[in-house]
Design a protein around this ligand. Structure first.
Ligand code: MD3
Ligand code: FE
Length: 207
């Protein structure tokens, strides 16, 4: 565990405390309105149907879903059948500031971690376009994040993601294996009932 990501694949940019407390509160309100329209759902592993410990929703024209049939992006909520709510300006502004000139994000995945939830080591490869970065925003309790290389066997580096932190995953880091080992309960007062929210902004299709 180290304070700052020194090693790891090129193209990772870590922006600690990018959002101040007031902006974090605004983001939480935004997430509340998203999940009021598009309720959190419980994704499941393809083939086995084993449920994820993380609950999810999305905003933007496309949303990432996982169920017994596979992983995919689709324009509607898997339970309500409604389109995902629009991407709020605070997130499209973040993208425009950190990824200038890159086509607009199409999907914002909302991951909600209750105490004990985790996300195993994986690659994000369901997009059709890997030249755009992924931008991640952390809210609420601190998480232990792990990132490795382009194969599952490569050595990994761990660091903590705190509320307000932003990570930009571009270049070689875009296809690096990564995951969330644990969420440290009681480390933030942002969410009244604790837990962690992660927002990931992605371009899915070629422009
Ligand atoms: C490194 N989310 O949704 S965010 C995911 O905290 C995901 O919920 C984690 O991994 C979370 O797919 C990690 C940081 C992150 C996001 C995307 C990446 C790191 C990444 C894509 C490529 C490499
Ligand atoms: Fe991921």
């Amino acid at each position: 565990m180290q304070d700052h990501p020194i090693t790891g694949p090129g193209g990772l940019s870590y922006l600690p405390s990018h959002f101040d407390r007031a902006a974090q509160e605004e983001l939480v309100e935004t997430v509340r309105s998203i999940v009021t329209d598009a309720p959190l759902f419980q994704p499941a592993m393809p083939r086995t149907g084993k449920p994820f410990s993380v609950k999810m929703s999305n905003c933007g024209p496309l949303g990432w879903v996982a169920d017994i049939d596979g992983y995919r992006y689709q324009p509607f909520h898997p339970r309500t059948g409604r389109p995902w709510p629009p991407m709020p300006a605070i997130l499209t502004d973040l993208w425009a500031g950190l990824a200038p000139g890159v086509p607009a994000p199409e999907a914002c995945l909302v991951n909600f971690y209750e105490a004990g939830a985790r996300m195993g080591l994986h690659q994000d490869s369901d997009e059709q376009m890997f030249d755009a970065p992924v931008i991640s925003v952390s809210l609420g309790d601190t998480a232990t994040f792990r990132i490795g290389g382009l194969t599952r066997k490569d050595p990994t580096t761990s660091f903590r993601l705190q509320s307000g932190d932003v990570v930009v995953l571009g270049g070689a880091a875009r296809l690096a294996f990564h995951g969330i080992d644990r969420v440290l309960s009681g480390t933030s007062t942002l969410l009244k009932n604790g837990g962690r929210i992660n927002l990931t902004l992605r371009r899915v299709t070629a422009a």
